[in-house]
Unconditional design. Structure first.
Length: 355
């Protein structure tokens, strides 16, 4: 109230503000807006979570569908092959009935076709494992090996050496990683231990079963012919197995120098990724196969290239320690020398007779 007895509007507004009615309304409005914003944000998050869950479920279903489609496609390839063999066999049998003069040959061909069709149809694999799956499993092995080498301060040298018999699961070869630059390969009995500690410090290091050990066992069991009797033949068999049998690479071209004890393989498109990782199965299979055939330690070096091949894999051994027979070139030279000696003996005999 003013001095003249009249009420002042300012006083009324101040009283109303003091009572808190307009302030309360404003605060309530702000609270309602915050609640609305929070509710909207929560709703958006829930919707996004539901969308992501739906996408994950959709992708899982699509992945499963693609896997089943891949298996069906592979199985249909086998069955088409079986149908083709059966058709050839039946045509040969019909031809045998129509042409009596060639009956024996046509019946043999027909029987072979029918038998091959039955084998192909009933031995079709029920499960196919993608190459990426095997490569991802190998990553853990490579990481473990690299960590082991780093923690123990071992060398980058990789030596695949003959060891004592380990049963049917692995070949009798171990991967030895030395500790010293001027290393020496331990005796087979010493390679049984993970940590190789001998009186000779040059023989100290780590010995592990190689990834190529079981692959080599599979290679041996699937071989139709005997193992070659020369480093050249062994190298050819191993590289053929990499491409055709095991299907680990697209291309593997060997170049062998038996006199120097060296094998160099040009490798392209490995199914197990970079070959310079710890104990790569492609490199390991080559080295294990050589070490087992030669019965001698094989040192391996891998070099990445930008040319016609992705990597050069070089395997070296001591020719004097190699157990395998002579190379074809050395055998030809020996036979030529023997023939020359026989000729000289005959000529000397003739000269003695004339005198």
């Amino acid at each position: 109230m003013s001095n003249d007895g009249r009420f002042d509007r300012t006083d009324d507004a101040r009283e109303e503000s003091t009572d808190g009615r307009p302030g309360d309304l404003l605060g309530r409005a702000r609270d309602d807006a915050d609640d609305a914003n929070g509710s909207t944000a929560e709703t958006d998050l829930e919707e996004r979570a539901e969308d992501l869950a739906a996408q994950v479920e959709l992708l899982s279903e699509e992945n499963q569908r693609l896997r089943e489609e891949y298996v069906r496609a592979r199985r249909s390839d086998y069955r088409r092959t079986a149908a083709g063999l059966l058709a050839v066999g039946l045509v040969a049998v019909v031809g045998a009935l129509a042409f009596p003069s060639a009956r024996a040959v046509l019946f043999a061909l027909g029987g072979t076709g029918v038998f091959g069709a039955l084998l192909t149809y009933y031995l079709t694999p029920e499960r196919f494992i993608a190459a990426e799956t095997g490569e991802r499993v190998y990553r853990a092995v490579a990481a473990t090996g690299a960590a082991l080498v780093g923690e123990l301060g071992l060398r980058d040298d990789r030596v695949y050496a003959p060891a004592r018999a380990t049963g049917d699961e692995f070949s009798n070869v171990r991967l030895f990683v030395p500790q010293r630059r001027d290393y020496a390969v331990p005796d087979p009995a010493e390679l049984d231990s993970l940590f190789v500690v001998t009186d000779d410090e040059r023989e100290r290091g780590v010995s592990v079963p190689p990834t190529g050990g079981s692959l080599h066992r599979e290679f041996e069991s699937a071989m139709a012919d005997e193992l070659a009797a020369s480093p050249v033949g062994v190298a050819s068999q191993l590289t053929d197995a990499l491409v055709e049998g095991l299907e680990l690479v697209e291309r593997a071209a060997p170049e062998t120098d038996p006199e120097e004890g060296r094998l160099t393989v040009e490798v392209s498109e490995s199914a197990y990724g970079p070959l310079d990782r710890f104990d790569n199965p492609v490199v390991s299979f080559l080295a294990v196969g050589l070490a087992d055939a030669l019965d001698a330690p094989v040192a391996v070096d891998v070099t990445e290239t930008d040319g016609r091949a992705d990597y050069f894999v070089t395997c070296e051994w001591d020719p004097e320690e190699a157990r395998v027979g002579e190379s074809e070139g050395a055998e030809d030279a020996r036979e030529s020398a023997e023939e020359t000696a026989r000729t000289e003996n005959i000529e000397n005999g003739r000269e003695g007779t004339e005198e």
